[in-house]
Design a protein around this ligand. Structure first.
Ligand SMILES: *[C@@H]1O[C@H](CO)[C@@H](O)[C@H](O)[C@H]1NC(C)=O
Ligand SMILES: *[C@@H]1O[C@H](CO)[C@@H](O)[C@H](O)[C@H]1NC(C)=O
Ligand SMILES: *[C@@H]1O[C@H](CO)[C@@H](O)[C@H](O)[C@H]1NC(C)=O
Ligand SMILES: *[C@@H]1O[C@H](CO)[C@@H](O)[C@H](O)[C@H]1NC(C)=O
Ligand SMILES: *[C@@H]1O[C@H](CO)[C@@H](O)[C@H](O)[C@H]1NC(C)=O
Ligand SMILES: *[C@@H]1O[C@H](CO)[C@@H](O)[C@H](O)[C@H]1NC(C)=O
Ligand SMILES: *[C@@H]1O[C@H](CO)[C@@H](O)[C@H](O)[C@H]1NC(C)=O
Ligand SMILES: *[C@@H]1O[C@H](CO)[C@@H](O)[C@H](O)[C@H]1NC(C)=O
Ligand SMILES: *[C@@H]1O[C@H](CO)[C@@H](O)[C@H](O)[C@H]1NC(C)=O
Ligand SMILES: [Cu+2]
Length: 586
């Protein structure tokens, strides 16, 4: 494995040299996905990784480059890789969403992904997009500007900060348990760049911490990625502040903050100046969660260190300051943090469509279905029901036999999916009534739901507006919603129930942020708008893993436009179609 990644990085260096002289380069890697034993907290655990690395290898590209990744599957499970946030303009076949755009690569099989990264600058990432494997099969995609210039002072160095989780439960087993409505499993710890940090120990021996080495006065570009399955995180560094300059590979109007808040699926580019008295400073990442009566998971934290050059390991005898973090149940700092996001306007490219062709209002919540296909069962989280997650009272059914894109392309979608995803909730209620959190009588009538594959079709070039409403139905989680193949404008967010009469007035048409993932606040709403300009079949889902597994997902079909340049091309010559066993053909 070492050899492969070494060869890949030498190749990469050669290719970057090309890119520097201004030509679009081909960035080529081989990703071998395999099992490995890793020891943390005195326990050897089997993990799924790429090229022996956790986090996996970083893809370094320049805006305009082509990426070619040869995926070799040495796992006993099927796998796909999704290039999270990459626009994939007219390359839906390379999106890597399991059973949506392709059937997974069989054990022992392989596949080549080929796509352009164009018109995007900043941080994206890649991850497995089948079952829960993305908890350890993931890595950064760093996209640098063609001319090397940023709309902010050039940093001395950039450093990915991958927030993750350390799981000892087998991830395929975790998926099986989530599908069965069980979401009570926890990771053991949070991680920063794969390190659990010194707050975790086994028999008093602390775990290794992530260390950021800095020189006084220099500026660092921290590239945050939240790869965690379950939690939004707060992140701080004692004695330092941040300037947030980008998110999801789009620039933001810079704003100052002393805390970064990031939800699963999001990325954020953040400048930090090493302007404190030279010394050691703790950095802390803490997961937040809604307070009881919502179901509680273990408090998750990882701690690292900022180390100024030349400072002794004992900090010259002085205590190492640690940042003061909000309480894990305080979700309001997340809401206010997100209120500060505006896009750095590029008037030509980034004009918000003034008209709306399709308007959707989508509720996000939980529900339940009867176990074993029964018609009637005891509700309120009894063992006769399976808890599922829904969008507009539809729980996405994860079939494992076909690719929705292939069937759409072949015109054989009938019988597999229907195109009637509802534009609004079928049964309006007080979405944010906290009494809906179990166990009470109120939710009983709203709780029953159905599993189905109901997708939504859009004409090419239509302007789509969606208001996502997080509900309190059985729980009050926020929902980081991620759309494949498109970036969208985030027009506004609010708490409580969305009220079209007064809330539309808050929409920012002037300089909204442009994102591929948006954190819809806890018992609140977020409004987005985008142009459906990328023909194909695109997954839309919550990036909390238990929510997606439980069905908080759907897919958007974007029709072909009038010309070849506005249509989805046929699958690439080496594209491996679905076989009869639910894996791609060899
Ligand atoms: C991991 O450890 C188990 C138990 O010791 C062993 O059977 C297995 O072969 C190891 N796997 C790898 C990939 O080294
Ligand atoms: C990919 O799969 C093909 C067909 O099974 C095989 O011939 C080839 O050797 C494989 N390539 C790699 C790199 O594993
Ligand atoms: C070690 O991990 C296994 C799962 O891989 C788990 O069953 C066991 O309880 C763990 N042991 C300890 C001491 O944490
Ligand atoms: C080890 O962890 C335990 C429980 O998390 C904690 O109480 C203890 O202080 C830690 N010990 C050290 C030496 O860090
Ligand atoms: C911006 O963030 C600050 C600090 O968290 C907060 O007080 C303020 O309300 C935020 N602004 C908006 C518009 O939400
Ligand atoms: C369901 O729960 C009831 C009451 O808690 C218990 O008696 C019964 O054995 C359970 N059934 C199954 C199939 O677990
Ligand atoms: C909805 O529920 C919230 C929270 O319980 C409550 O404050 C609000 O008054 C309710 N709204 C309506 C229209 O009943
Ligand atoms: C969902 O639909 C079912 C009927 O299939 C209905 O009983 C239930 O009340 C609906 N729930 C919501 C939240 O709309
Ligand atoms: C897309 O729509 C815009 C505005 O509605 C229009 O100006 C443009 O010509 C359309 N493009 C295509 C390729 O249909
Ligand atoms: Cu969710």
């Amino acid at each position: 494995m070492g050899k492969i990644s070494m060869a890949a990085s030498i190749l990469w260096l050669a290719l970057v040299a090309l890119a520097v002289v201004g030509e679009a380069a081909i960035v080529e890697h081989t990703f071998v996905v395999h099992e490995m034993n890793m020891t943390h907290l005195c326990n050897s655990t089997k993990v799924y990784v790429v090229n022996g690395q956790l986090p996996g290898p970083q893809l370094d590209v320049v805006d305009g480059d082509t990426v070619v990744v040869h995926l070799v599957n040495e796992l006993p499970h099927g796998v796909t890789i999704h290039w999270h946030g990459v626009r994939q303009l007219r390359s839906c076949w390379a999106d890597g969403a399991g059973y949506v755009t392709e059937c997974p690569v069989a054990p022992g099989g392989n596949r080549t992904y080929r796509f352009d990264v164009s018109g995007q600058v900043g941080t994206l990432w890649w991850h497995a997009h089948v079952t829960c494997l993305r908890a350890s099969v993931h890595g950064a995609i760093v996209v640098r500007p063609k001319d090397g210039r940023y709309p902010f002072p050039t940093p001395a160095r950039d450093v990915p900060i991958v927030i993750g989780e350390w799981w000892t439960l087998d991830l395929v087993e975790l998926d099986r348990r989530n599908l069965d409505g069980n979401f009570e499993d926890d990771p053991l710890s949070a991680t920063l760049n794969g390190k659990l940090g010194d707050l975790s120990n086994c028999s008093g021996v602390p775990e290794e911490s992530f260390v950021l080495d800095v020189e006084p006065g220099k500026t660092y570009l921290l590239r945050f990625i939240n790869t965690a399955l379950f939690s939004e995180y707060f992140f701080k560094v004692a004695g330092h502040t941040f300037t947030v300059v980008g998110a999801d590979a789009n620039y933001l109007t810079p704003f100052r903050t002393d805390m970064v808040t990031i939800s699963p699926g999001e990325t954020m580019d953040v400048l930090m100046v090493a302007d404190a008295p030279p010394g050691l400073y703790h950095m802390t990442a803490v997961a937040n969660q809604p307070p009881p009566p919502d179901l509680q998971i273990r408090a998750l934290t990882s701690r690292g260190l900022v180390r100024y050059a030349g400072v002794r390991a004992d900090n010259g005898g002085a205590p190492v300051p640690a940042p003061l973090m909000p309480g894990q149940h305080d979700t309001m700092p997340s809401y206010y943090f997100r209120g500060n996001f505006t896009g750095l306007a590029f008037p030509s490219r980034h004009r918000v469509p003034a008209h709306v062709d399709e308007r959707l209002f989508v509720t996000l919540g939980l529900g339940s279905i009867c176990r074993g296909g029964k018609k009637d069962c005891k509700l309120r989280r009894s063992n006769e029901t399976i808890t599922v997650a829904t969008m507009n009272n539809v729980s996405f059914h994860h079939q494992t036999a076909a690719s929705l894109l292939e069937r759409h392309y072949d015109g054989t979608g009938e019988g597999l999916y229907t195109e009637d995803f509802p534009d609004r909730p079928p049964r309006p209620y007080n979405y944010t009534n906290m009494d809906l959190i179990p166990v009470g009588p109120l939710e009983e009538v709203l709780e029953p739901t159905t599993k189905a594959i109901r997708v939504r079709r859009f004409k090419y070039n239509s302007s789509v507006e969606i208001v996502f409403q997080s509900t309190a139905l059985l729980q009050s989680d926020p929902n980081p919603m991620h759309l494949h193949g498109h970036d969208f404008f985030v027009l506004a967010q609010g708490l409580g129930n969305f009220d079209p009469k007064k809330d539309v007035k808050k929409f920012n048409y002037h300089n909204p942020q442009i994102r591929n993932t948006v954190h819809v606040p806890r018992v609140g709403w977020t409004a987005i708008r985008f142009i459906a300009d990328n023909p194909g079949m695109w997954y839309l889902h919550c990036h909390f893993e238990f929510h997606i597994v439980m069905g908080m997902a759907t897919a958007f079909i974007v029709e072909d436009g009038p010309t070849p340049e506005t249509s989805l091309p046929p699958p690439p010559a080496d594209f491996k179609r679905c076989g009869t066993n639910g894996f791609s053909k060899p």
